[in-house]
Design a protein around this ligand. Structure first.
Ligand SMILES: [Zn+2]
Length: 297
C-alpha cells in the first residue's frame, strides 16, 4: 500500500484474474479493498500490461506461487509455470525496486502512464445490468464502454476506441449512491408520476450521492494519468480530475445505441424520459443526434 499525503482513500488490489469473455478479448478483473468502506470495488482492465501498483508490489516472505495466485504475474499463465515475474515464452520480465519492492515501469512490460487511456467510471446498477430494466441505460452504457475500449474505431460514430487498452472502474454505489432498497422505492414513486430526480428528493436523498474518490485512487493505482473519460456528465470530468496525477485529456460521449441505429439498443418510452431528465435536469451533454424520441406509443 503506497503511503501518500492526499485526501484520497488508500486502495489495495487484492486479486487480479484473466477472464476469457464471450465478447472476444480477455479482460483482467481486479478486486480492490480500501480504507473508506467495506465494499468490493472492481476494475475491469483491458490489456495485460496495465498493472496495479499495489497488486504487483513485492511483499515480504511471499513466494512466486503466491504472486501467480493473486494475479501479480507478467504475460500468460500456463500449467507448470513456476515464476510470476518472468514469462519465458513471451520473453518478458518485471523488475522491482530492491528497497521498496515497487514495480519499476518499463515500456516493454507495462503500459505507459502518459498514454491517453479510455476510462469509464461506472456505478453499479443492479436493475439495469441484471434485471433488464428499461428505466435507465446503465446496462447499455456498460456494454458500450467495453466495446469502445476493445475496438480501434467505433463504426457508427467514428469515435477512436481503445484498441484493447482501457479500464472500466466499477464502483459499488447502487442508485446514485442511495442503495438498492431506496432505489426500488424510487421506482414506485416513478410509477406514481415522479421523474428520477424528483423521486430521490421525495425520499430525502441528494439527487446524486455518488463519490468518485475511490475510483480516482484506483485509476492512479493502475498507473494511468491521462484519461479519455467516457461520459456524458460534465460534472464527472471535474470529479475525476486530480491534478497533477490524473488529467482528463478528452471527454468521449456515450451516444445511446438507439440514436445511431434505430434497430438496436434500448427503445422504450421510459428510457427517453430518463434521458430527457438527465439532459434537462442534470446538465448532461448528450451529443448528436440530440433528437429525442418524444412520441408516445
Ligand atoms: Zn441504471
Amino acid at each position: 500500500m503506497t503511503a501518500n499525503n492526499t485526501d484520497l482513500p488508500i486502495v489495495q488490489c487484492i486479486a487480479r484474474a484473466r477472464i476469457p469473455t464471450t465478447q472476444g478479448p480477455d479482460i483482467f478483473l481486479h478486486l480492490y479493498a480500501n480504507n473508506r468502506d467495506n465494499k468490493e470495488h472492481l476494475a475491469i482492465v483491458f490489456g495485460e500490461d496495465i498493472r496495479s501498483r499495489s497488486l504487483f508490489k513485492r511483499r515480504p516472505g511471499e513466494t512466486q506461487n503466491d504472486r501467480m495466485i493473486r494475479g501479480a504475474y507478467v504475460g500468460k499463465l500456463h500449467p507448470g509455470r513456476t515464476i510470476a515475474d518472468t514469462d519465458g515464452k513471451l520473453g518478458l520480465t518485471l523488475h522491482f525496486d530492491d528497497k521498496t519492492g515497487e514495480l519499476l515501469y518499463e515500456s516493454k512490460t507495462t503500459w505507459d502512464p502518459e498514454n491517453a487511456t479510455l476510462v469509464r467510471i461506472h456505478s453499479e446498477c443492479y436493475t439495469g445490468e441484471n434485471a433488464w430494466s428499461a428505466r435507465c441505460d446503465c446496462g447499455e452504457q456498460f456494454d458500450r464502454a467495453g466495446k469502445l475500449i476493445a475496438c480501434e474505431h467505433e463504426k457508427e460514430t467514428g469515435i477512436k476506441g481503445g484498441n484493447g487498452h482501457g479500464v472500466i472502474v466499477y464502483l459499488r454505489q447502487e442508485g446514485r449512491g442511495i442503495g438498492l432498497g431506496e432505489k426500488l422505492k424510487a421506482y414506485n414513486l416513478q410509477d406514481l408520476g415522479a421523474d428520477t430526480v424528483q423521486a430521490n428528493v421525495m425520499l430525502n436523498h441528494p439527487v446524486d450521492a455518488r463519490d468518485f474518490s475511490i475510483g480516482k485512487a484506483i485509476i492512479m493505482d493502475l498507473g494511468i494519468s491521462n484519461v479519455r473519460l467516457l461520459t456524458n456528465n460534465p460534472d464527472k470530468i471535474a470529479q475525476v480530475e486530480y491534478e497533477p496525477r490524473i488529467r482528463c485529456v478528452e471527454r468521449v460521449p456515450m451516444v445511446p445505441i438507439h440514436w445511431t441505429n434505430e434497430n438496436e439498443g434500448i427503445k422504450s418510452k421510459e428510457i427517453e424520459g430518463y434521458l430527457r431528465t438527465k439532459i434537462e435536469r442534470m446538465g448532461h451533454l448528450l451529443q448528436e443526434p440530440i433528437k429525442l424520441h418524444t412520441t408516445t406509443e
